[in-house]
Design a protein around this ligand. Sequence first.
Ligand code: UDX
Length: 431
Amino acid sequence: MMKILIIGMGYVGTTTGVVFAKQGHEVTGLDIDESKITSLRKGKLYFHEPGLQEMLLDQLKNGRLQFTSDPKSAIENHDLLFITVGTPSLDNGKADLTFVKSAAEMIARYKNKEKIIIVKSTVPIGTTDKVEQWIQQPANDSSSIHTAMNPEFLREGSALYDALHPNRIVIGSESTAAIEQLKELYQPFSCPLLVTNTKAAEMIKYASNAFLATKISFINEVAKLCDEVNVQITDVAKGIGMDHRIGPDFLQAGLGYGGSCFPKDVKEFTETAQSLGVPLTILEDVEKVNQSLPKYFINRVKEVYPSLKGKKVTVFGLSFKPHTDDIRESVAYPIMDQLLEEEASVIAHDPVVNLSTDWLKRGVTQCWDPYVAVKNSDLILITTNWPHYKDLNWARVRELVNHPYLFDGRNMLDADRMKGLTFLYRGIGYS
Ligand code: UDX
Protein backbone atom coordinates (compact mmCIF):
# COMPACT_ATOMS: atom_id res chain seq x y z
CA MET A 1 0.00 0.00 0.00
CA MET A 2 1.31 3.45 -0.93
CA LYS A 3 0.22 6.88 0.23
CA ILE A 4 -0.41 8.97 -2.85
CA LEU A 5 -1.24 12.64 -3.34
CA ILE A 6 -2.83 13.71 -6.61
CA ILE A 7 -2.67 17.43 -7.37
CA GLY A 8 -5.41 18.59 -9.76
CA MET A 9 -8.86 17.03 -9.70
CA GLY A 10 -9.79 17.21 -13.37
CA TYR A 11 -10.93 14.10 -15.19
CA VAL A 12 -7.39 12.69 -15.35
CA GLY A 13 -6.58 13.36 -11.69
CA THR A 14 -9.92 12.14 -10.39
CA THR A 15 -9.89 8.97 -12.50
CA THR A 16 -6.28 8.22 -11.59
CA GLY A 17 -6.98 8.78 -7.90
CA VAL A 18 -10.07 6.58 -7.85
CA VAL A 19 -8.20 3.78 -9.66
CA PHE A 20 -5.17 3.93 -7.34
CA ALA A 21 -7.58 3.74 -4.36
CA LYS A 22 -9.30 0.77 -5.98
CA GLN A 23 -5.84 -0.89 -6.23
CA GLY A 24 -5.63 -0.63 -2.41
CA HIS A 25 -3.61 2.56 -2.02
CA GLU A 26 -4.42 5.43 0.31
CA VAL A 27 -5.13 8.37 -1.96
CA THR A 28 -5.67 12.07 -1.30
CA GLY A 29 -6.93 14.36 -4.05
CA LEU A 30 -5.91 18.01 -3.76
CA ASP A 31 -7.38 20.92 -5.64
CA ILE A 32 -7.35 24.64 -4.92
CA ASP A 33 -10.92 24.87 -6.23
CA GLU A 34 -13.04 24.46 -3.09
CA SER A 35 -16.21 23.75 -5.03
CA LYS A 36 -14.65 20.71 -6.75
CA ILE A 37 -13.43 19.37 -3.41
CA THR A 38 -16.81 19.91 -1.73
CA SER A 39 -18.52 18.06 -4.53
CA LEU A 40 -16.02 15.17 -4.62
CA ARG A 41 -16.15 14.79 -0.83
CA LYS A 42 -19.89 14.22 -1.16
CA GLY A 43 -19.10 11.56 -3.74
CA LYS A 44 -20.44 13.68 -6.54
CA LEU A 45 -18.54 13.89 -9.82
CA TYR A 46 -18.84 17.32 -11.42
CA PHE A 47 -18.27 15.85 -14.89
CA HIS A 48 -19.76 12.92 -16.77
CA GLU A 49 -17.60 9.79 -16.92
CA PRO A 50 -19.24 6.35 -17.15
CA GLY A 51 -18.72 4.09 -14.11
CA LEU A 52 -16.59 6.60 -12.22
CA GLN A 53 -19.35 7.92 -9.99
CA GLU A 54 -20.03 4.48 -8.47
CA MET A 55 -16.35 3.68 -7.96
CA LEU A 56 -15.76 7.10 -6.40
CA LEU A 57 -18.51 6.42 -3.84
CA ASP A 58 -17.10 2.94 -3.08
CA GLN A 59 -13.62 4.28 -2.47
CA LEU A 60 -14.90 7.13 -0.30
CA LYS A 61 -16.92 4.66 1.77
CA ASN A 62 -14.01 2.31 2.36
CA GLY A 63 -11.91 5.29 3.44
CA ARG A 64 -9.07 4.82 0.96
CA LEU A 65 -9.91 8.04 -0.87
CA GLN A 66 -10.15 11.55 0.52
CA PHE A 67 -10.09 15.07 -0.80
CA THR A 68 -8.63 18.32 0.47
CA SER A 69 -8.04 21.91 -0.55
CA ASP A 70 -5.30 22.39 2.05
CA PRO A 71 -1.97 22.08 0.24
CA LYS A 72 0.20 22.45 3.34
CA SER A 73 -0.85 19.33 5.24
CA ALA A 74 -1.43 17.37 2.01
CA ILE A 75 2.12 18.00 0.75
CA GLU A 76 3.74 17.59 4.16
CA ASN A 77 2.06 14.22 4.69
CA HIS A 78 2.88 12.61 1.34
CA ASP A 79 6.09 11.47 -0.32
CA LEU A 80 4.62 10.37 -3.63
CA LEU A 81 2.94 13.20 -5.52
CA PHE A 82 1.28 13.23 -8.95
CA ILE A 83 0.70 16.47 -10.85
CA THR A 84 -2.45 16.17 -12.97
CA VAL A 85 -3.39 19.80 -13.52
CA GLY A 86 -4.60 21.10 -16.88
CA THR A 87 -2.35 22.44 -19.64
CA PRO A 88 -4.77 24.31 -21.91
CA SER A 89 -3.74 26.06 -25.14
CA LEU A 90 -2.65 29.68 -25.15
CA ASP A 91 -3.72 31.87 -28.08
CA ASN A 92 -0.37 31.22 -29.78
CA GLY A 93 -0.93 27.44 -29.68
CA LYS A 94 1.64 26.82 -26.94
CA ALA A 95 0.60 24.96 -23.79
CA ASP A 96 -0.22 27.18 -20.84
CA LEU A 97 1.99 25.98 -17.98
CA THR A 98 0.54 28.33 -15.36
CA PHE A 99 -1.16 25.53 -13.43
CA VAL A 100 1.86 23.22 -13.62
CA LYS A 101 4.09 26.02 -12.35
CA SER A 102 1.77 26.90 -9.49
CA ALA A 103 1.55 23.20 -8.48
CA ALA A 104 5.37 23.07 -8.49
CA GLU A 105 5.58 26.28 -6.45
CA MET A 106 3.07 24.91 -3.98
CA ILE A 107 5.19 21.77 -3.58
CA ALA A 108 8.31 23.95 -3.15
CA ARG A 109 6.60 25.96 -0.42
CA TYR A 110 5.49 23.01 1.70
CA LYS A 111 8.06 20.34 0.93
CA ASN A 112 9.50 19.17 4.24
CA LYS A 113 11.44 16.06 3.20
CA GLU A 114 12.40 13.86 0.25
CA LYS A 115 9.63 13.63 -2.35
CA ILE A 116 8.93 11.75 -5.55
CA ILE A 117 7.04 13.98 -7.99
CA ILE A 118 5.38 12.50 -11.04
CA VAL A 119 4.13 14.72 -13.85
CA LYS A 120 1.07 13.16 -15.47
CA SER A 121 -0.27 16.27 -17.18
CA THR A 122 0.54 16.48 -20.89
CA VAL A 123 3.50 18.86 -20.93
CA PRO A 124 5.85 20.16 -23.64
CA ILE A 125 9.28 18.62 -24.01
CA GLY A 126 11.55 19.81 -21.21
CA THR A 127 8.77 20.75 -18.75
CA THR A 128 9.46 17.98 -16.23
CA ASP A 129 13.03 19.32 -15.90
CA LYS A 130 11.56 22.78 -15.36
CA VAL A 131 9.23 21.39 -12.67
CA GLU A 132 12.32 20.08 -10.89
CA GLN A 133 13.96 23.49 -11.10
CA TRP A 134 10.82 25.30 -9.92
CA ILE A 135 10.59 23.00 -6.93
CA GLN A 136 14.25 23.34 -6.09
CA GLN A 137 14.10 27.10 -5.85
CA PRO A 138 16.05 28.56 -4.20
CA ALA A 139 18.94 26.72 -5.85
CA ASN A 140 20.70 26.10 -2.52
CA ASP A 141 17.71 24.02 -1.33
CA SER A 142 19.18 20.73 -0.15
CA SER A 143 16.08 18.56 0.45
CA SER A 144 16.13 16.15 -2.44
CA ILE A 145 13.36 15.50 -4.92
CA HIS A 146 12.98 12.87 -7.63
CA THR A 147 10.92 13.56 -10.71
CA ALA A 148 9.39 11.45 -13.46
CA MET A 149 7.06 11.92 -16.39
CA ASN A 150 4.32 9.34 -16.64
CA PRO A 151 1.90 10.28 -19.44
CA GLU A 152 -1.75 9.31 -19.30
CA PHE A 153 -3.51 7.90 -22.32
CA LEU A 154 -7.07 8.10 -20.99
CA ARG A 155 -9.90 8.69 -23.41
CA GLU A 156 -12.80 10.71 -22.10
CA GLY A 157 -15.90 8.58 -21.88
CA SER A 158 -13.82 5.45 -21.27
CA ALA A 159 -11.29 6.95 -18.88
CA LEU A 160 -12.11 4.47 -16.12
CA TYR A 161 -11.76 1.46 -18.41
CA ASP A 162 -8.50 2.84 -19.83
CA ALA A 163 -7.08 3.50 -16.37
CA LEU A 164 -7.96 -0.04 -15.24
CA HIS A 165 -6.77 -1.67 -18.48
CA PRO A 166 -3.86 0.37 -19.85
CA ASN A 167 -2.29 -1.00 -23.02
CA ARG A 168 1.12 0.39 -22.07
CA ILE A 169 2.74 2.34 -19.28
CA VAL A 170 5.47 4.85 -20.03
CA ILE A 171 7.84 6.04 -17.33
CA GLY A 172 10.31 8.77 -18.21
CA SER A 173 12.87 9.56 -15.57
CA GLU A 174 16.52 9.99 -14.75
CA SER A 175 15.89 8.98 -11.12
CA THR A 176 16.22 5.34 -10.07
CA ALA A 177 14.12 5.99 -6.97
CA ALA A 178 11.24 7.40 -9.04
CA ILE A 179 11.45 4.59 -11.61
CA GLU A 180 11.44 1.88 -8.92
CA GLN A 181 8.50 3.47 -7.11
CA LEU A 182 6.45 3.68 -10.31
CA LYS A 183 7.34 0.14 -11.35
CA GLU A 184 6.04 -1.09 -8.00
CA LEU A 185 2.88 1.01 -8.29
CA TYR A 186 2.09 -0.32 -11.77
CA GLN A 187 3.18 -3.89 -11.07
CA PRO A 188 -0.45 -5.20 -10.83
CA PHE A 189 -1.18 -4.04 -14.40
CA SER A 190 -0.40 -6.71 -16.93
CA CYS A 191 0.76 -4.53 -19.81
CA PRO A 192 4.12 -3.60 -21.28
CA LEU A 193 6.04 -0.97 -19.35
CA LEU A 194 8.52 1.26 -21.13
CA VAL A 195 11.19 3.21 -19.30
CA THR A 196 12.73 6.16 -21.14
CA ASN A 197 14.28 9.46 -20.23
CA THR A 198 11.95 12.29 -19.25
CA LYS A 199 11.95 14.13 -22.56
CA ALA A 200 11.17 10.98 -24.55
CA ALA A 201 8.16 10.28 -22.29
CA GLU A 202 6.93 13.83 -22.83
CA MET A 203 7.34 13.40 -26.56
CA ILE A 204 5.66 9.97 -26.65
CA LYS A 205 2.44 11.57 -25.44
CA TYR A 206 2.47 14.30 -28.10
CA ALA A 207 3.60 11.98 -30.88
CA SER A 208 0.85 9.44 -29.99
CA ASN A 209 -1.92 12.01 -30.11
CA ALA A 210 -0.47 13.67 -33.21
CA PHE A 211 -0.30 10.32 -35.01
CA LEU A 212 -3.91 9.49 -34.13
CA ALA A 213 -5.03 12.95 -35.27
CA THR A 214 -3.11 12.35 -38.51
CA LYS A 215 -5.00 9.12 -39.09
CA ILE A 216 -8.28 11.00 -38.68
CA SER A 217 -7.33 13.88 -40.99
CA PHE A 218 -5.94 11.44 -43.54
CA ILE A 219 -9.17 9.48 -43.73
CA ASN A 220 -11.19 12.70 -43.83
CA GLU A 221 -9.21 14.05 -46.73
CA VAL A 222 -9.67 10.76 -48.59
CA ALA A 223 -13.39 11.00 -47.71
CA LYS A 224 -13.64 14.32 -49.54
CA LEU A 225 -12.19 12.62 -52.60
CA CYS A 226 -14.72 9.79 -52.16
CA ASP A 227 -17.52 12.37 -52.41
CA GLU A 228 -16.18 13.39 -55.82
CA VAL A 229 -15.90 9.91 -57.26
CA ASN A 230 -18.90 8.33 -55.56
CA VAL A 231 -17.02 5.83 -53.42
CA GLN A 232 -17.99 4.90 -49.85
CA ILE A 233 -15.24 5.93 -47.44
CA THR A 234 -16.45 3.23 -45.04
CA ASP A 235 -15.45 0.59 -47.64
CA VAL A 236 -12.07 2.24 -48.15
CA ALA A 237 -11.42 2.47 -44.40
CA LYS A 238 -12.38 -1.17 -43.94
CA GLY A 239 -10.13 -2.25 -46.81
CA ILE A 240 -7.05 -0.37 -45.68
CA GLY A 241 -7.68 -1.17 -42.01
CA MET A 242 -7.42 -4.89 -42.77
CA ASP A 243 -3.72 -4.38 -43.34
CA HIS A 244 -2.41 -4.97 -39.82
CA ARG A 245 0.30 -2.37 -40.40
CA ILE A 246 -2.46 0.23 -40.72
CA GLY A 247 -5.08 -1.22 -38.37
CA PRO A 248 -8.83 -0.56 -38.34
CA ASP A 249 -8.97 2.01 -35.53
CA PHE A 250 -9.21 5.77 -35.92
CA LEU A 251 -10.27 5.58 -39.52
CA GLN A 252 -13.82 6.76 -38.99
CA ALA A 253 -14.35 9.65 -41.37
CA GLY A 254 -16.64 12.49 -40.35
CA LEU A 255 -16.49 15.95 -38.88
CA GLY A 256 -13.02 15.41 -37.42
CA TYR A 257 -11.46 15.46 -34.00
CA GLY A 258 -12.30 17.73 -31.08
CA GLY A 259 -11.95 17.52 -27.32
CA SER A 260 -9.43 18.68 -24.80
CA CYS A 261 -6.44 16.79 -26.17
CA PHE A 262 -6.00 16.34 -29.92
CA PRO A 263 -6.54 19.96 -31.02
CA LYS A 264 -4.31 21.40 -28.31
CA ASP A 265 -1.63 18.71 -28.50
CA VAL A 266 -1.33 18.94 -32.28
CA LYS A 267 -0.96 22.74 -31.96
CA GLU A 268 1.61 22.54 -29.17
CA PHE A 269 3.69 19.87 -30.93
CA THR A 270 3.63 21.88 -34.16
CA GLU A 271 4.60 25.10 -32.33
CA THR A 272 7.45 23.44 -30.43
CA ALA A 273 8.83 21.92 -33.62
CA GLN A 274 8.51 25.24 -35.43
CA SER A 275 10.30 27.14 -32.67
CA LEU A 276 13.14 24.60 -32.78
CA GLY A 277 13.50 25.09 -36.52
CA VAL A 278 12.31 21.56 -37.38
CA PRO A 279 8.76 22.18 -38.63
CA LEU A 280 6.35 19.25 -38.52
CA THR A 281 4.71 20.27 -41.80
CA ILE A 282 2.52 17.18 -41.90
CA LEU A 283 0.86 18.25 -38.64
CA GLU A 284 0.20 21.74 -39.94
CA ASP A 285 -1.90 20.11 -42.66
CA VAL A 286 -3.56 17.72 -40.19
CA GLU A 287 -4.92 20.75 -38.39
CA LYS A 288 -5.93 22.51 -41.60
CA VAL A 289 -7.90 19.50 -42.79
CA ASN A 290 -9.63 19.24 -39.42
CA GLN A 291 -10.60 22.90 -39.45
CA SER A 292 -11.95 22.66 -42.98
CA LEU A 293 -14.61 20.08 -42.10
CA PRO A 294 -17.48 22.17 -40.65
CA LYS A 295 -17.44 24.41 -43.73
CA TYR A 296 -17.14 21.40 -46.04
CA PHE A 297 -20.18 19.84 -44.37
CA ILE A 298 -22.28 23.00 -44.61
CA ASN A 299 -21.29 23.37 -48.26
CA ARG A 300 -22.62 19.89 -48.87
CA VAL A 301 -25.87 20.97 -47.26
CA LYS A 302 -25.93 23.98 -49.55
CA GLU A 303 -26.03 21.69 -52.56
CA VAL A 304 -29.62 20.94 -51.53
CA TYR A 305 -30.44 24.18 -49.71
CA PRO A 306 -28.62 27.10 -51.36
CA SER A 307 -30.12 29.30 -48.63
CA LEU A 308 -30.75 28.20 -45.06
CA LYS A 309 -32.62 31.37 -44.13
CA GLY A 310 -35.67 30.49 -42.06
CA LYS A 311 -35.04 26.75 -42.35
CA LYS A 312 -35.62 24.71 -39.23
CA VAL A 313 -32.40 22.77 -38.59
CA THR A 314 -32.11 20.08 -35.92
CA VAL A 315 -28.58 19.54 -34.62
CA PHE A 316 -28.05 16.11 -33.07
CA GLY A 317 -25.13 16.12 -30.62
CA LEU A 318 -23.31 18.86 -28.73
CA SER A 319 -20.49 16.98 -26.95
CA PHE A 320 -17.22 16.53 -28.87
CA LYS A 321 -17.81 12.78 -28.86
CA PRO A 322 -20.32 10.36 -27.28
CA HIS A 323 -20.39 9.32 -23.60
CA THR A 324 -19.11 12.64 -22.32
CA ASP A 325 -20.56 16.06 -21.53
CA ASP A 326 -17.34 17.74 -22.63
CA ILE A 327 -17.94 20.35 -25.34
CA ARG A 328 -14.36 21.58 -25.66
CA GLU A 329 -13.52 22.02 -29.35
CA SER A 330 -16.77 20.31 -30.25
CA VAL A 331 -17.58 20.72 -33.93
CA ALA A 332 -21.27 21.27 -33.19
CA TYR A 333 -20.53 24.84 -32.10
CA PRO A 334 -18.81 26.19 -35.25
CA ILE A 335 -21.59 24.47 -37.18
CA MET A 336 -24.30 26.19 -35.10
CA ASP A 337 -22.40 29.45 -35.55
CA GLN A 338 -22.60 29.11 -39.28
CA LEU A 339 -26.27 28.10 -39.20
CA LEU A 340 -27.11 31.21 -37.16
CA GLU A 341 -25.12 33.35 -39.54
CA GLU A 342 -27.24 31.90 -42.34
CA GLU A 343 -30.34 32.87 -40.31
CA ALA A 344 -31.50 29.29 -39.88
CA SER A 345 -33.67 28.42 -36.90
CA VAL A 346 -31.59 25.98 -34.81
CA ILE A 347 -32.88 23.28 -32.44
CA ALA A 348 -30.15 21.39 -30.58
CA HIS A 349 -30.42 17.99 -28.94
CA ASP A 350 -27.87 16.15 -26.82
CA PRO A 351 -28.47 13.36 -24.30
CA VAL A 352 -26.39 15.05 -21.57
CA VAL A 353 -25.07 18.49 -22.54
CA ASN A 354 -26.88 21.61 -21.33
CA LEU A 355 -26.73 24.42 -23.83
CA SER A 356 -25.19 27.54 -22.23
CA THR A 357 -27.29 30.67 -21.76
CA ASP A 358 -25.10 32.41 -24.35
CA TRP A 359 -26.32 30.04 -27.04
CA LEU A 360 -29.90 30.19 -25.79
CA LYS A 361 -29.72 33.99 -25.98
CA ARG A 362 -28.39 33.73 -29.52
CA GLY A 363 -31.62 31.97 -30.40
CA VAL A 364 -30.74 28.26 -30.33
CA THR A 365 -33.48 26.14 -28.75
CA GLN A 366 -32.52 23.16 -26.61
CA CYS A 367 -34.75 20.16 -26.85
CA TRP A 368 -34.27 17.05 -24.68
CA ASP A 369 -36.65 14.83 -26.64
CA PRO A 370 -35.19 13.91 -30.05
CA TYR A 371 -38.66 13.34 -31.53
CA VAL A 372 -39.81 16.79 -30.45
CA ALA A 373 -36.51 18.20 -31.79
CA VAL A 374 -37.18 16.89 -35.30
CA LYS A 375 -40.82 17.94 -35.52
CA ASN A 376 -41.33 19.96 -38.72
CA SER A 377 -37.60 20.01 -39.29
CA ASP A 378 -36.24 20.97 -42.73
CA LEU A 379 -32.85 19.44 -42.08
CA ILE A 380 -31.24 17.13 -39.52
CA LEU A 381 -27.49 17.37 -38.92
CA ILE A 382 -25.73 14.68 -36.87
CA THR A 383 -22.66 16.17 -35.23
CA THR A 384 -21.87 13.62 -32.48
CA ASN A 385 -22.08 9.84 -32.85
CA TRP A 386 -24.10 9.17 -29.72
CA PRO A 387 -25.52 5.62 -29.99
CA HIS A 388 -28.92 7.18 -29.13
CA TYR A 389 -29.14 8.42 -32.72
CA LYS A 390 -28.54 4.97 -34.13
CA ASP A 391 -31.32 3.64 -31.92
CA LEU A 392 -33.90 6.25 -32.91
CA ASN A 393 -37.06 5.09 -34.63
CA TRP A 394 -36.11 6.68 -37.94
CA ALA A 395 -39.40 5.71 -39.57
CA ARG A 396 -41.13 7.82 -36.92
CA VAL A 397 -38.59 10.61 -37.45
CA ARG A 398 -39.36 10.50 -41.18
CA GLU A 399 -43.03 11.09 -40.44
CA LEU A 400 -42.30 13.98 -38.11
CA VAL A 401 -40.00 16.04 -40.33
CA ASN A 402 -41.05 18.65 -42.80
CA HIS A 403 -38.31 17.79 -45.34
CA PRO A 404 -36.41 14.49 -45.25
CA TYR A 405 -32.89 15.90 -45.43
CA LEU A 406 -30.52 14.02 -43.18
CA PHE A 407 -26.81 14.96 -43.11
CA ASP A 408 -24.82 12.59 -40.97
CA GLY A 409 -21.53 14.24 -40.01
CA ARG A 410 -20.37 11.04 -38.31
CA ASN A 411 -21.29 8.49 -41.00
CA MET A 412 -23.00 6.54 -38.23
CA LEU A 413 -26.29 5.50 -39.82
CA ASP A 414 -26.98 2.82 -42.42
CA ALA A 415 -27.13 4.81 -45.65
CA ASP A 416 -29.24 2.24 -47.52
CA ARG A 417 -31.74 1.96 -44.71
CA MET A 418 -32.11 5.73 -44.51
CA LYS A 419 -32.61 5.94 -48.27
CA GLY A 420 -35.15 3.14 -47.97
CA LEU A 421 -37.06 5.39 -45.56
CA THR A 422 -36.94 8.05 -48.32
CA PHE A 423 -34.47 10.31 -46.55
CA LEU A 424 -32.08 12.28 -48.68
CA TYR A 425 -29.06 11.00 -46.78
CA ARG A 426 -25.50 12.33 -46.98
CA GLY A 427 -22.45 11.69 -44.83
CA ILE A 428 -18.84 12.71 -45.41
CA GLY A 429 -17.42 10.50 -48.14
CA TYR A 430 -20.50 8.40 -47.56
CA SER A 431 -24.01 8.57 -48.95
C1 UDX B 1 -7.57 11.29 -26.80
C2 UDX B 1 -6.65 10.05 -26.83
O1 UDX B 1 -7.35 8.95 -27.43
C3 UDX B 1 -6.17 9.69 -25.44
O2 UDX B 1 -5.27 8.60 -25.51
C4 UDX B 1 -5.49 10.91 -24.85
O3 UDX B 1 -5.04 10.66 -23.54
C5 UDX B 1 -6.43 12.11 -24.85
O4 UDX B 1 -6.87 12.35 -26.18
P1 UDX B 1 -10.11 11.80 -26.21
O5 UDX B 1 -9.83 13.23 -26.54
O6 UDX B 1 -10.88 11.51 -24.97
O7 UDX B 1 -8.74 10.97 -26.09
O8 UDX B 1 -10.94 11.21 -27.43
P2 UDX B 1 -10.81 10.09 -28.55
O9 UDX B 1 -11.77 9.02 -28.27
O10 UDX B 1 -9.42 9.69 -28.81
O11 UDX B 1 -11.39 10.93 -29.80
C6 UDX B 1 -10.84 12.18 -30.15
C7 UDX B 1 -11.61 12.83 -31.26
O12 UDX B 1 -11.37 12.15 -32.49
C8 UDX B 1 -13.13 12.83 -31.09
O13 UDX B 1 -13.60 14.12 -31.48
C9 UDX B 1 -13.62 11.77 -32.03
O14 UDX B 1 -14.92 12.03 -32.51
C10 UDX B 1 -12.59 11.87 -33.15
N1 UDX B 1 -12.41 10.62 -33.92
C11 UDX B 1 -11.90 9.51 -33.33
C12 UDX B 1 -12.74 10.59 -35.28
O15 UDX B 1 -13.21 11.59 -35.85
N2 UDX B 1 -12.53 9.44 -35.99
C13 UDX B 1 -12.01 8.32 -35.43
O16 UDX B 1 -11.84 7.31 -36.13
C14 UDX B 1 -11.68 8.35 -34.04
